[in-house]
Design a protein around this ligand. Structure first.
Ligand SMILES: C[S@@+](CC[C@H](N)C(=O)[O-])C[C@H]1O[C@@H](n2cnc3c(N)ncnc32)[C@H](O)[C@@H]1O
Length: 325
């Protein structure tokens, strides 16, 4: 056991500090945007509406956590890593990742107390944002890598029709729509509040005429033989919905149509990471999700619905399988 060599006091101090650091990160988000530029302590105090002493405490804490740095005497700015993660063209949504980390803590408590984790629409939106690309240059660079690794997918999306199953806020499909001028897609998202954000993003990007964002349970979608490629956000589909979802994808594709799916979570290699893994798995299972289902099992699951494997991919952007009807 990786923690066995520590006393309980040391463990409590570590975990307590982790919770405090997360609270710091969460509460200092607005200030982080302000600190993209160098600011002196007085400006930070005025911006954060803190007395000079409390602003000094806050800046000292941010520096101690490598979130900010003192550039010259009395002037502060974000460290390069944090600035990059908050940049307008960063591929991920750091504030949403922070919100998801806090959500996981609350959900862990529910999982332990009741064995069931209910997800409100606001929680679903947090998860969808945290797991989506933000359309921009950073996201386009990652999608370019995906297209290079699976050129069949790029070809099918460039000229054919795509079905995005469990589309969340549309990170992948909307980024792709900004790269492929002829892409035509239908997206299926069951939570209206989440689909509404995808619609706003599609409008901002000017792609609403090509991306049809539907609010519905994927299992009920009925447009047979109409699509060339489907992307299934399988990690977010609970066990009771999976068979009917795969059957829907199968009937929606033309013969030979492609299915792309991804494995998001993996068991840790050794002891390191095991503790965190057990908690995330407990929360996911309390939502009925098949946490870290291995690729071989995902392929077998899809085969049960009539799909055949083309190939598996293990790239720096993730582990995926490409199948066909
Ligand atoms: C987190 S998103 C995945 C990310 C997304 N593919 C992207 O590119 O940004 C997965 C979504 O699947 C949705 N979902 C889960 N079960 C569903 C179902 N039966 N029908 C439609 N959507 C579903 C969830 O509400 C969630 O928002």
């Amino acid at each position: 056991m990786q923690y066995a060599f520590m006393g309980i006091e040391e463990l409590l101090a570590r975990w307590g500090h982790g919770a405090q650091a997360l609270a710091l990160l969460s509460a200092a988000q607005e200030l982080s945007v302000f600190l993209r530029q160098e600011r002196d302590a007085a400006a930070v105090a005025a911006y954060a509406r803190l007395t000079p002493d409390r602003a000094a405490d806050l800046l000292t804490a941010l520096v101690a956590h490598d979130l900010a740095e003192e550039v010259d005497d009395g002037r502060f700015r974000l460290t390069p890593a944090v600035a990059a993660a908050l940049a307008d063209d960063a591929p991920g949504d750091l504030p949403a990742r922070i919100a998801q980390a806090r959500l996981l803590a609350r959900q862990t408590e529910a999982a332990v107390r009741t064995g069931v984790v209910e997800q409100s629409p606001a929680d679903a939106l947090t998860v969808a944002r945290a797991n989506a690309f933000r359309p921009g240059d950073g996201a386009r660079a990652v999608v370019t890598k995906i297209f290079e690794a699976v050129p069949e997918v790029a070809d099918a999306m460039a000229t054919g029709r795509m079905l995005d199953v469990g589309s969340g806020v549309g990170g992948f499909v909307l980024t792709a729509a900004t790269m492929l001028p002829d892409l035509r897609a239908t997206t299926l998202e069951v939570v209206p509040e989440v689909a509404a954000v995808a619609r706003e993003r599609a409008a901002t990007l000017g792609v609403t005429d090509r991306v049809d964002i539907r609010v519905q349970d994927a299992r009920d979608f009925d447009e047979p033989d109409a699509y060339d490629i489907a992307f299934w956000a399988q990690p977010f589909f609970p066990l009771p919905a999976r068979e009917a979802t795969l059957a829907m994808i199968h009937r929606s594709l033309h013969a030979g149509g492609l299915l792309l799916l991804q494995q998001l979570d993996f068991p840790p290699d050794g002891r390191a990471g095991l503790a965190a893994f057990t908690l995330r798995r407990m929360v996911a299972r309390a939502q009925g999700l098949p946490f870290a289902r291995p690729m071989a099992e995902l392929v077998a699951e899809a085969a049960g619905a009539g799909f055949a494997l083309i190939r598996e991919l293990d790239e720096d952007f993730g582990r995926m399988a490409l199948l066909h009807r």
